[in-house]
Design a protein around this ligand. Structure first.
Ligand code: AMP
Length: 366
C-alpha cells in the first residue's frame, strides 16, 4: 500500500488522546489529520492540524474531505456543526455524544437502560434547587449540565447554607443536583464495538481522583460479579446506539454495587494502562473499530498502574529507573492542573506493582 492510498482518519481535537490514537494507528498503515484551534496541540507532533474551531461546520467539512472517517478526542464538539459539516462517517456515534454532553440527558439515558445512577433532578432556579434538596437530601453535588469535566463546574452541598452561594457561583446555566455517593471506590469499564457489531471489553480499572481529576488507575480490578454487571451495562449502550469505537463508563462502587457516574464516548484516561498492559490498547481498538477491522484481544498482561503527571513532569530518568515503567510526555506547556503526561507500570506481581506505584506517586507529586 503506498502512502497516497493509505486510509486517512480525521480527528476532531489534537490533544493527547488524539496523539495516542495516531501513534496506535501508524503501524496499521494509516494517516491522520486533526482539527484543532491550536497549532501547538500534541497531535501536531504526529499529523497535520487544520486550524479551526470545533463548532465551525465549514472546517469540519474541510477535515472530512481529507479523510475516510472522522472521530474525535474531545467531547465538547457541537453536534449541530457535526451534523451539518461532516461529510464522512462520524464515529463512534453523534447521538450518544449529544447525550454525553448533557449530564441530565446522560442520567435519563442510564435510567432508561436500567443502569443505576445516584438520585438526580434538574435545577434551573434557586426554587428548583431547594425542591431538589428536599427530595434528594444532603450532602449532594450540584453540577453544570454541560461542559463540566475533571471536577470543573461542580459544588458539594453539605448544609442548607451552601445552597445559595453554590447556585450563585454556577447558576446562570442549566444545572443538575445529584445525591452524594459515599463510595468505597471508583471504577471504570472500557468497551469497544466495531462497525459490524463485534464487541470486546477490558477489565475494570480502579481509579483514584483528587479535586475531581484522575490521579492514578490500577488494573485489572478483579471482581467477577462487578465485571459481569459492568459488561452488561456497557453492552446495552453499545448496541442501543449501533456504536462503533471505544466507550467508557465511570462507576462508583457503593455497598458493593455499581452506580453509574458518567460516560465518555471515546478513549479514556483510565484506559491509558492498556498501551503496555493489555494485548491490544484502547487506542488501537478504537481505530480498528471505526474502520471495521477485526478487534484486538483486550486481555490484560499481568497488573498495571497508570499515574497522571499534572502540572509538572518528573524527570524521565527518575521514572525509567523504576523497573517496568513506561514514560509518556504529551509535549505540552506546563500549567497548574494541566495533564502533561503519564507513566504506566506493569508487573506480574500485584504486591510488586503496588510498591513501585508508591515510588512513582512520590515522583508525580505536584
Ligand atoms: P465528574 O466530573 O462527574 O466525573 O466528577 C469528578 C469526581 O467528583 C468523580 O470522579 C468523583 O470522585 C466526584 N463526584 C462526582 N459526582 C459525585 C457524586 N454524586 N457523589 C460523590 N462524588 C462525586
Amino acid at each position: 500500500m503506498s502512502a497516497e492510498n493509505a486510509k486517512r482518519v480525521g480527528i476532531v481535537g489534537a490533544g493527547q488522546l488524539g496523539r495516542m490514537l495516531a501513534l496506535a494507528g501508524y503501524p496499521l498503515g494509516l494517516r491522520f489529520v486533526f482539527l484543532d484551534k491550536s497549532k501547538d496541540a500534541p497531535g501536531g507532533q504526529v499529523g497535520e492540524i487544520i486550524l479551526g474551531e470545533f463548532g465551525d461546520a465549514e472546517k469540519l467539512r474541510e477535515l472530512s474531505e481529507h479523510v475516510d472517517v472522522v472521530t474525535f478526542d474531545v467531547e465538547n464538539v457541537p453536534v449541530e456543526a457535526v451534523r451539518e459539516g461532516v461529510t464522512r462517517p462520524f464515529r463512534p456515534s453523534v447521538d450518544l455524544l449529544e447525550k454525553a454532553q448533557d449530564r441530565l440527558l446522560e442520567k435519563q439515558l442510564f435510567q432508561s437502560l436500567d443502569i443505576p445512577t445516584p438520585p438526580f433532578a434538574p435545577v434551573d432556579s434557586l426554587a428548583d434547587l431547594r425542591a431538589a434538596v428536599e427530595e434528594i437530601g444532603l450532602p449532594a453535588v450540584l453540577k453544570t449540565r454541560r461542559l463540566g469535566y475533571d471536577g470543573k463546574g461542580q459544588r458539594v452541598l453539605r448544609e442548607g447554607a451552601d445552597l445559595e452561594p453554590a447556585f450563585k457561583e454556577l447558576g446562570s446555566v442549566p444545572l443538575i443536583l445529584e445525591g452524594f455517593v459515599n463510595f468505597e471506590r471508583e471504577v471504570s469499564i472500557i468497551g469497544v464495538r466495531s462497525v459490524s457489531g463485534e464487541a470486546r471489553f477490558y477489565p475494570l480499572s480502579e481509579n483514584t481522583h483528587r479535586e475531581g481529576i484522575l490521579r492514578y488507575s490500577v488494573a485489572p480490578f478483579e471482581d467477577r460479579t462487578l465485571q459481569g454487571l459492568a459488561e452488561r451495562h456497557i453492552e446495552r449502550l453499545l448496541n442501543t446506539f449501533d456504536y462503533a469505537g471505544v466507550l467508557t463508563i465511570e462507576f462508583f462502587v457503593a455497598d458493593g454495587k455499581l452506580i453509574a457516574n458518567e460516560i465518555a464516548p471515546r478513549v479514556h484516561n483510565s484506559g491509558h494502562w492498556t498501551i503496555e498492559g493489555a494485548v491490544t490498547s484502547q487506542f488501537e481498538n478504537h481505530i480498528r473499530a471505526i474502520l471495521d477491522l477485526p478487534l484486538g484481544d483486550t486481555t490484560p498482561m499481568g497488573h498495571s498502574a497508570m499515574v497522571n503527571f499534572i502540572g509538572t513532569m518528573p524527570a524521565v530518568e527518575d521514572v525509567l529507573d523504576i523497573p517496568g515503567a513506561h514514560y509518556h510526555s504529551y509535549g505540552k506547556e506546563p500549567r497548574p492542573g494541566r495533564k502533561l503526561g503519564h507513566a504506566t507500570l506493569t508487573s506480574q506481581s500485584r504486591t510488586e506493582l503496588m510498591m513501585r506505584l508508591e515510588h512513582l506517586l512520590n515522583l508525580a507529586a505536584e
